[in-house]
Design a protein around this ligand. Structure first.
Ligand code: ADP
Ligand code: MG
Length: 266
């Protein structure tokens, strides 16, 4: 059974159909990528799947439970975590503190316990700190624990966001362009991290323009164009699909690529 089953999902902004009648199945422990030209609706889809936007129509079933129409905090509580295309890090906090904010969703603390600073609370805080340290190491930021986020390089901040999302122990992690703005070496480090997250049991939905990364890590690829699902399949199936080549490169390049003529696109 799929972890996430999306059917007939639509969202419009005024007259713009950002996503239209999209159906997706996401399995546990896998990496599914969503690719498509700028404006295809990728970020809108992530926003609807994380509860930031309420869909106009459609169903979002996570583990057999309907989430469409629920408020965003219930998406998070149900186990959907995310990162943002434009970094959303707390710049006035350290790396460790940023990751700890992600864990608060998993913790329950009464006002009474907080005011009296009960022993149970102190223990819980220490456990939370230890878990956040382990996560920082897991994303390769072991040396940054006490660094203020505003002093960290961009590539490290991208991984810090992933650590913060993982701190909530999501079943499904939505990554919106985790490699955007990274150099080739930094992007390769993201490969390993994404594969490891999936192997450890969290399904990943990846929105990414870096095709090398998509081809390397994905079990399955969905192609969006003008808000609609244009194609899906394994990375190699999608890469040779003429509709996909056309959406990216235009009709002439698609014809050349499929006939394999001397002008075939590489
Ligand atoms: N909050 C919004 N308000 C109005 N239009 C939006 C909003 N979010 C996205 N759109 C529009 O929806 C379409 C899809 O955008 P987006 O989901 O950001 O695409 P992508 O991430 O694939 O580049 C675009 O035409 C964009 O202008
Ligand atoms: Mg986007």
């Amino acid at each position: 059974m799929s972890l996430l089953a999306v059917t007939g999902l639509s969202k419009a902004f005024g007259g713009v159909h950002a996503i239209e009648d999209v159906c997706l199945q996401i399995r546990s422990r896998t990496v599914h990528s969503i690719i498509g030209p700028n404006g295809a609706g990728k970020t809108s889809l992530i926003n609807v799947l994380s509860g930031v936007y309420r869909p106009d129509a459609g169903s979002i079933m996570l583990d057999g439970r309907e989430l469409a129409g629920q408020p965003a905090h219930l998406f998070a509580a149900a186990g959907i975590g995310r990162t943002f295309q434009n970094l959303q890090v707390f710049f006035n906090m350290t790396a460790l503190e940023n990751v700890m904010t992600g864990r608060h969703l998993r913790e329950r603390c009464s006002l009474f316990a907080a005011l009296l600073r009960t022993r149970a609370l102190v223990r819980a805080e220490a456990a939370s700190r230890d878990a956040a340290r382990r996560l920082l190491r897991r994303v390769g930021l072991g040396g940054y624990e006490d660094s203020p986020a505003d002093a960290m390089p961009y590539g490290a901040l991208k991984r810090l966001e992933i650590a913060r999302a993982l701190a909530a122990q999501p079943q499904l992690l939505l990554l919106d362009e985790p490699a955007a703005g990274l150099n080739a070496t930094e992007a390769r480090e993201i490969d390993g991290l994404i594969k490891q997250v999936a192997a450890d049991g969290t399904a990943v939905v990846l929105v990414e323009h870096n095709m090398r990364l998509v081809m390397e890590v994905s079990d399955h690829v969905f192609v969006l164009d003008h808000g609609r699902k244009l194609a899906e399949g394994t990375p190699s199936e999608v890469a040779r699909d003429p509709r996909v080549i056309e959406a990216y490169l235009g009709t002439e390049a698609a014809a050349a690529a499929t006939t394999g003529g001397p002008d075939a696109a590489g």
